[in-house]
Design a protein around this ligand. Structure first.
Ligand code: MLT
Length: 382
């Protein structure tokens, strides 16, 4: 059989006047024309429909996030929880609300921080905090640079100050800093021109962790007044505990501190906190039990129980949880030492554990922090 190649002008696709249907006409030389009605709107028409539909979908999903830009929090850095008042804390929590919804969308991209540069500078290990800042910055449209500290010139003897000066010369908008030295974020915030977020400075503070914990609690209980929250474990070395004590008590919750004597700092006695060395007594009537990781990397010269003894006395399992209120919830900032601070089944029991929700709230709160600090810096200068 002879092979026939149809040329471009031998095939036409057209639409008759007053018709919605597309016609396909093939006319080969010396042959009768073949006409086929598409029976449906195709090609250009379909393309138009596709584009309209897609844009419609997209516009619905990327609804412009409304930002007010007048925040109760007026500073350009977020370094510690200690000096935050109730309204300032609420400003972060309220600003996060729209991001909780935004983060449920299929397309999670906005241009609020388009053209802004955010540096993640982590001198200590981190999974949750570093990645959630990265997700937050990217969802807001910022350019995020993860400085690979392990591969940086710090290893060639460069001082932290030199590193910060170098990064400062690249005109970042926000530097997110985690470092083992207490108070370092504050010092750095005085040197660089960008906003600085303290993502953990030694045993001192970790304000965004406490804000995300507060957001998780507010979402569940809708209030803080009247809530009893137990913070348990290695309080002495925990920046999470310090920041949470400040933020949750400022918001009106009552705090029970529970742990072995050797892991409870003496300066806590000055604050209006209830201190217990026994889980049964300390958990009584608590609505929330917040467990902490034993910070092995910071424990020097302090006697601690071996892991088995620790779990028996202070590790949270269903039995110890039953000392708290009937439907009390469990929290943990992560990373968890399963079987040491918390029983593994309980940690994964989503009817009692808010641990996964804390991670979800972490992205929303960090989006709010970035939005607030960048806009404050635009307004009030560096
Ligand atoms: C931190 O970096 O402080 C974490 O979020 C909690 C921990 O390391 O135990």
């Amino acid at each position: 059989m002879k092979k026939i190649n149809i040329k471009n002008d031998q095939l036409q696709i057209y639409k008759r006047e007053n018709s919605n249907l597309w016609q396909l006409k093939i006319k080969l030389p010396k042959k009768k024309a073949i006409r086929i009605s598409s029976g449906t709107k195709i090609l250009i028409e379909a393309k138009k429909i596709g584009i309209q539909k897609y844009n419609h979908l997209l516009n619905n999903e990327i609804k412009k996030i409304q930002i007010d830009k007048t925040y109760f929090y007026k500073k350009i850095h977020l370094i510690e929880s200690e000096n935050l008042n109730k309204k300032e804390i609420e400003c972060f929590l309220d600003t996060s609300n729209k991001y909780i919804e935004f983060n449920k969308k299929r397309i999670k991209k906005s241009n609020i921080l388009e053209g802004r540069t955010v540096f993640n500078l982590f001198f200590e290990d981190s999974t949750r905090t570093r990645t959630s800042f990265e997700v937050a910055a990217k969802r807001l449209g910022a350019d995020l640079i993860n400085v690979a500290v392990k591969d940086s010139s710090i290893n060639k003897g460069e001082t932290l100050l030199d590193t910060m000066t170098t990064i400062n010369s690249m005109s970042p908008d926000v530097i997110i800093l985690r470092h083992p030295e207490e108070g370092i974020s504050k010092k750095i915030s005085k040197i660089v021109k960008s906003s600085v977020i303290n993502a953990g400075d030694g045993s001192h503070e970790h304000p965004t962790q406490a804000l995300l914990d507060a957001l998780t609690i507010r979402k569940k209980f809708k209030k803080f007044k009247g809530l009893k929250i137990a913070i348990c474990g290695d309080i002495l070395h925990s920046r999470v505990a310090r920041s949470n004590i400040e933020i949750l008590s400022t918001l009106g919750a009552s705090i029970n501190i529970i742990g072995p004597k050797s892991l409870i700092p003496l300066d806590l006695k000055r604050k209006k906190l209830n201190i217990y060395y026994n889980m049964k007594k300390g958990l009584k009537n608590c609505d929330i039990v917040m467990m902490l990781r034993i910070q092995k990397e910071r424990i020097v010269g302090t006697h601690i129980l071996n892991e088995k003894e620790y779990f028996n006395q202070y590790g949270l399992d269903y039995k110890k949880l039953s000392y708290a209120k009937k439907n009390a919830f469990v929290m943990h900032p992560g990373p968890m030492n399963r079987g040491v601070e918390i029983e593994t089944n309980l940690a994964d029991d989503i009817s009692r554990s808010l641990i996964q929700e804390q991670v979800t709230m972490g992205v929303a709160i960090r989006m709010a922090c970035l939005e607030i600090l960048v806009n404050n810096r635009d307004k009030y200068g560096s």
